[in-house]
Design a protein around this ligand. Sequence first.
Ligand SMILES: Nc1ncnc2c1ncn2[C@@H]1O[C@H](COP(=O)(O)OP(=O)(O)OP(=O)(O)O)[C@@H](O)[C@H]1O
Length: 686
Amino acid sequence: MASIKKLLIDSLDDLDKAQLKRFRCYLRDDYKFPASGLEEADVLDTVDKMVEREKQEGAVKITLDILKKMNQNQLAEELEKKLKVKKAAVDSKAVDVDYSEFSNTLKKLLKQDYEKILDGNSHQNTYLTDIYTDLYIVKNHTGGVVNEHEVRQMESNRTATEDTSVMCKDIFKVQRDTGRQNRKVLTLGIAGVGKTVSVSKFILDWAEGKENQEIIFIFPLAFRELNLISVNRSLMGLINKKFFGSENQLSSLPKEEGKVMFIFDGLDECRFSLSFKNSEGFTDVTKETSVDVIITNLIEKNLIPSALIWITSRPAAAHLIPPEHIDQVTEIRGFNDDQKEKYFTRNSKPDMSERIISHIKRSRSLHIMCHIPVFCWICLSVLQPLMMTQENLQSIPTTLTGMYIYFLLSQMKQMKAKKQSDNLPQSFEDVVLKLGKLAFTQLQKGNLIFYKEDLEECELYVDDGIVFSGLCTQMFQAEKPVSGRKVFSFVHLSVQEFLAALYVLFICKNRKTNPFPLTLGDKLKRTFKKNSLVDLHKTGIKNALKSKNGHLDLLLRFLMGLSLESNQNELKDLLPSLNITAEDLRQTCEYIKQKIKKSVSSEKSINLFHCLNELNDDSLITEIQEYLNSEDLSGQDLSSGQWSALVFVLLMSEETQEMFEMQKYRRSDEAVIRLLPVIRNTRRAL
Ligand SMILES: Nc1ncnc2c1ncn2[C@@H]1O[C@H](COP(=O)(O)OP(=O)(O)OP(=O)(O)O)[C@@H](O)[C@H]1O
């Protein structure tokens, strides 16, 4: 345990040069320390001088007093907390509690709970160590628009050059270079990128005695579970009930620094408010209170000041924790290119993995999406059976929509077999359309997690076993009930977006209605005109462009992809005879091009290019490729639409990912601004 002197040094180390100078001035003026020798004193000398003259207790008092005078209240508070912990540790030594038996019981329980996972939510448990592939995790999330759509974030991934990568098992270890240890870490990552898997691996390694053995207790408390606790509990009561089977087993926790760890997975799923401003400074671990008070006070270090805290979250919810309560932010970026290949190699036979990898590399969209582990799992479950049967080679999907259609079809096969054996009343098509309705209505509201009532609004009844008897279990999941209330979600946000698009098309065809919110103008037009597919496309595009965080972007891409005849053929049971004509598609493509030319933001126009890609229209791209092949790349005479096309082509090029020769284009300020998404996405900009 750090000495008092070390605690003082650590505090003053956080002051910059000017602040340290002010600190010394206070010492001189208010505490009459002799000026000689003080002027040039560094942190060590300053602390030495205080302890020499005032002894440890006096030095602490003076330090706290001056820090407060300097308005360094946060530093003063932290120092006070550390001193409290130290005092408690000294006190507890007198009692000398032996926690080893409880620690071993907890390890046994967590080993059982975490050694197997539902891989990508297949209904079979898989050993975590069998599938686990290292992920690319970086220190210091670099900021940016955090509520941007998750797939778009992936595609405009930020530059890798300034990141320091970190292994998940090392996140809480003392850092060799600085000697510091992170106490409170927030790990961000988009849906399906591996946050829960990372946390699980950390816990399993600890429970198996492999890593981080200086920690005595790790208590994983996922927000999904915490949401369901509606009665007041004390922290000790909560821990005892969840981990030791009754309310009164473990009576205290170790007070020494870093011996207890709390892991709060899935902040984005938190359904109660976390109020840090009005926090009451709740310090009693045996007093009952609401769950939000326990969590905020743990994070604020009022409850167990010595505890390590690890919170994971999708980026959009990161703001729920004020930055001053976090020592280190890390970001899980998913698999890098090597890790993607390792994933496929680990999870399929050697000749199969080679074929899968080369297939994915051929399609830029698929290759990009494979940064997300859960998408790798979807690819694996689609491509493996397809590639096993030689004659299917022609029909192996190369577009995003194609991949999801095959995913759906593979589910259909399994479900039909299951339906026969279980004699279930509803058809696959019915269930998928109901899930589609749920997907669409909840996506419009920005919801990714649902409750029983939400399902019932779409005529999906949990109790009649249709959804959970093996039907849909790979697309839709229910969480373990903790106190009777189940939570549901799609296995990945992209699956929700795909089913939503399917539903939109179905509604347009069958009920001749347009499920998107319509503007007044659209409504008026509709009274005079019959509802056409082109109108549906147009309102879809308008709504997606209106969305601030791009929550309809992927739905739009799927909507376009599903409108192609070739894709329709695969889905004739679900979407019979949509009667889409070449003229319809031409009109939609023209409309998209107009929108691109009107210079929407670069992210939006990139998505519109993806839509054109799904519709097999590459005319703008060909135009720009000719320009790229020409000698003069000064970039002066490009129209707005051409600029967008250029950015799209460059983003989709593997070469640009590695290196981008900006100097070829840098003749105008406009070029620099326009090409920003490319610069952000490349590893090396020249
Ligand atoms: N490191 C990994 N190695 C192998 N597979 C992984 C890894 N990480 C994730 N996966 C796969 O991706 C799936 C989703 O991962 P996980 O549940 O950890 O995502 P998440 O980031 O917590 O997503 P969400 O925000 O939706 O909760 C896993 O079930 C697994 O199939």
